[in-house]
Design a protein around this ligand. Structure first.
Ligand code: SAM
Length: 227
């Protein structure tokens, strides 16, 4: 049984993929479940740390999936050959780390049809990456599990010139069209937190007005969309 979070990540992988790489796979729970659900799919589980790498090797052996899942030790997309996979999943890390992993291995993504990403924080950096690298935001979701709220963003390569407003980058263009309870909860929480941070920042001896303005802009967007 996958966690609700990883189950949702799995559901958001498009149907027509044949080889998926899960980077930062830890126990390889996600690629194992993907392969069990889809008998024709193969997977690569990448891990940079030995502990999680061996946990992944063990799990794949226990599930008798060693013939379909290759567990590889290495940093980010370094474990892949160019064009080897048509889908990449990266879950449970910060958005900035996820985008750095993607940028550092961009030449490995030539055949990729979808990037299914679950940033724990800073989902906006994923959306900025999308604009810079010619991906469209194909789907998004916000879910809650055990009191934590998670955003999932799916990117697909596109030839069309795409652009998103700053508000869409911040809140998610798809989520803005399909707000759910977890979305409202997340952004109400961020609103309260940001408001008290702004109050503190204004009390500083030399307030950083640039940052304060940026935060106030974000508060405005949340107000427009959430309250
Ligand atoms: N993806 C799993 C999940 O969502 O439950 C595990 C998330 S765990 C919090 C993050 C994992 O990413 C750790 O096992 C860590 O070793 C791995 N990791 C961190 N940076 C990495 C990198 N540059 N390349 C590969 N794996 C990395």
């Amino acid at each position: 049984e996958l966690s609700k979070r990883l189950e949702r990540v799995k559901q958001m992988i498009p149907d027509d993929i044949s080889c998926v790489a899960d980077i930062g796979s830890d126990h390889a729970y996600l690629p194992c479940k993907v392969c069990l659900d889809h008998p024709d799919v193969k997977a690569i589980a990448g891990e940079v740390n030995e502990g999680p790498y061996f946990a992944a090797v063990k799990q794949v052996e226990a599930m008798e999936l060693s013939n379909r899942i290759d567990v590889r030790l290495g940093d980010g997309l370094n474990v892949l050959l160019p064009g080897e996979v048509d889908c990449v999943t990266i879950a449970g890390m910060g958005g900035t780390l996820i985008t750095n992993i993607l940028k550092n291995g961009i030449n490995k993504l030539t055949e990729v049809k979808a990037l299914v990403l679950q940033p724990n924080i800073d989902a906006s950096s994923i959306r900025e990456f999308a604009v810079e690298q010619q991906y469209e935001i194909a789907s998004e979701d916000v879910i809650e599990e055990d009191g934590y709220i998670y955003e999932i963003v799916v990117l697909e390569p596109t030839d069309v010139v795409i652009s998103y407003s700053s508000k869409e980058i911040y809140l998610g263009p798809i989520m803005l069209q399909s707000k759910n309870e977890a979305f409202y909860k997340k952004w109400r929480h961020v609103f309260d937190k940001k408001q008290s941070i702004i109050t503190q920042m204004k009390q500083a001896s030399e307030p950083n007005y640039e940052k304060i303005n940026q935060f106030e802009q974000q508060l405005m967007w949340i107000k427009e969309e959430v309250f």
